[in-house]
Ligand binder design. Structure first.
Ligand code: HEM
Ligand code: SF4
Ligand code: SF4
Length: 381
């Protein structure tokens, strides 16, 4: 396409420049019923899966219909969302903190009609465009990251693993039959962008091989002390190497100290470590952010590695389904997955979920590792 100027003048880049204006105020986009009753809500109910009712002190009611999105979406899809909002909701729509959509209507009939309409919208391949659900004790949308779609440090893909997983747990998105909500999150490297460290079930991309060192370019591309300081285990040290009679300033990696975090590559482009066979996924469980009953908790590694198997990751989704179904069958009402595992004991969790326990799961990172070992005689055979 030929260049079309927006009016920006590259010869005078600071002229007419607008800066530091921040986001639009959310008040500009509130539906009238929200504006009128802001801060004056009385109670709410879940009418059925995907439909919420909020009643204000004034008696005003608003019904919210929640539908999933794939998070990564085209402008065409956003326009379609806007068309639905124009048709049913006076042009108003919002996104949730887990990237679901919410449409608001005035009556229960309108909400049910909208739910049926949304559930009927399909892509050409047959997938539902706006499946309604994600409320109550359900599996809602998977918070996820960039993967092979855009990032340069991933050990797995985000959109692919998430689609494969949501397909397998879809029934629990459109129903509310679990003991408590189950949050599944996904991050494609252990930078953990998002919520993997605090979710009921987490999918995490991991490497299993140390970085490859591009000695000839490293000093030109990297600030060597940053790469040294990037390593959590002190595996990187500055050094010099001679290649064809020329001496290069570079780094050396002590491979038996490296645990393949990839942090040095984040700092230094000359230390790539992605690997087709080496890379894969670790599964963590038992995290939560709320303070309800038990305090917030980190998720714990329970499966050290499953291979990357694009496009459908069958091993990954099988393990997740097994953990979810065992929890659903065994846990008490209101028990989050971590609450359940803590009550029955982690040795029972592994037994019930049919997961092998290996040395990889035992914490060996610095002094705090000690506190994860068992300093009691209380355990079950
Ligand atoms: C065709 C050229 C380019 C494309 C397609 C491109 C695309 C992108 C995209 C998609 C992002 C991520 C935005 C986000 O996740 O919100 C990004 C971030 C960024 N890009 Fe570019 N980019 C280009 C050129 C450049 C150039 C020439 C520079 C610097 C001279 C640059 C500097 C940055 C920086 C610093 C960020 C990070 C911004 C932030 O995270 O706040 N990009 N770019
Ligand atoms: S989790 Fe890692 S690989 Fe994924 S988007 Fe974040 S930094 Fe990139
Ligand atoms: S990958 Fe991580 S552990 Fe290995 S050398 Fe780089 S920073 Fe250190």
């Amino acid at each position: 396409m030929a260049f079309i100027s927006s009016g920006y003048n590259p010869a005078k880049p600071m002229e007419g420049r607008v800066s530091d204006i921040g986001p639009r105020h959310f008040g500009e986009y509130l539906p009238p019923v929200i504006k009128d009753n802001f801060g004056k809500w009385d109670y709410h109910e879940i009418i059925e899966a995907g439909i919420l009712l909020h009643v204000a002190q004034s008696g005003d009611k608003t019904y919210t219909v929640r539908a999933a999105t794939a998070r990564l979406m085209t402008v065409t899809h956003i326009r379609e969302i806007c068309e639905i909002a124009d048709k049913f909701c006076g042009g108003f729509v919002r996104f949730t903190t887990r990237n679901n959509l919410e449409f608001q209507v005035e009556t229960e009939e309108a909400a049910k009609e909208l739910k049926a309409f949304l559930n009927a919208q399909k892509f050409e391949g047959g997938s539902m465009k706006f499946p309604v659900g994600g409320t109550g004790a359900a599996v809602t949308n998977i918070v996820h990251t960039q993967g092979w779609v855009h990032c340069h440090t991933p050990a797995t893909d985000a959109s692919g693993t998430v689609k494969a997983t949501m397909d397998v747990v879809f029934d629990d998105f459109t129903n509310m039959k679990l003991p408590a909500p189950v949050r599944i999150s996904m991050a494609c490297c252990l930078n953990m962008c998002g919520a993997v460290h605090c979710s009921d079930i987490a999918i995490l991309g991991i490497h299993r091989k140390p970085p490859i060192i591009d000695h000839e370019y490293l000093d030109n591309l990297c600030e060597i002390p940053l790469a040294v300081a990037a390593c959590p285990t002190g595996a990187v040290r500055p050094t010099k190497v001679e290649i064809e009679g020329k001496t290069y300033k570079t780094v050396a990696v002590k491979e038996e100290r490296c645990m393949f975090c990839g942090n040095c590559y984040t700092m230094c482009p000359s230390l790539p470590l992605a690997d087709g066979e080496g890379d894969g996924i670790a599964i963590m469980v038992g995290g939560k952010i709320s303070n309800r009953i038990t305090k917030p908790a980190f998720s714990k590694v329970v499966v050290p590695f499953v291979p990357n198997e694009p496009p459908r990751w069958p091993t990954l989704t099988k393990v997740i389904k097994k953990i979810l179904d065992t929890y659903a069958a065994e846990a008490n009402k209101y028990e989050r997955l971590g609450d359940w595992a803590n009550r029955i004991g982690w040795e029972r969790f592994f037994e019930k979920c049919d997961l092998p326990f290996s040395e990889h799961l035992i914490d060996d990172f610095r002094d705090p590792a000690y506190y994860t070992w068992r300093q009691t005689t209380q355990f079950k055979w």
